[in-house]
Design a protein around this ligand. Sequence first.
Ligand SMILES: [Zn+2]
Ligand SMILES: [Zn+2]
Length: 167
Amino acid sequence: MFFSVSGLLQEPVGSKRKHELGPQAPLLHGTVELVRLTHAVLVCLSGEAAVDTACSRCLAPFSYVAPLQFEEIFIQQVEVATGAKVESEEGDEESFTIGLDHTIDITEAVRQYTEMAAAMQPLCQPECPGLCAECGQDLTLGACACDRTPLDSRWAALAELRLRSNG
Ligand SMILES: [Zn+2]
Ligand SMILES: [Zn+2]
């Protein structure tokens, strides 16, 4: 996902460009707005992405559509007209940079933000029963033979047995 900003960087600060984005995995669609700052370009993206993930209970892989929205500053490294190195005050060391050929590549930003959108505890279905803690069987496929009585009540029953045998 590349955008040439050589034109934009020669326009006054505050100048904007808008692009409609078609499907480019993981992005399904979106709108990107590029705003010229002093020696940087602000990229505002809003759209939807397909998030590939695994169920946090039964571990089954599945994908879902998540809203994707971010604003990132891309730092200018060289002047368009002269090719001279630019010292930008915008952003920090972790900021994205505009390529030396004056293009912005938002692929990595889209990847990072899509990953963040998936960082919650996803469920393949709202009522996913998950895996049995004892034998690991996928309980979506059916119950297993394990005793899933909570440990506490089992100890209580054992304690009661001991009391009786002592008494
Ligand atoms: Zn599941
Ligand atoms: Zn089991």
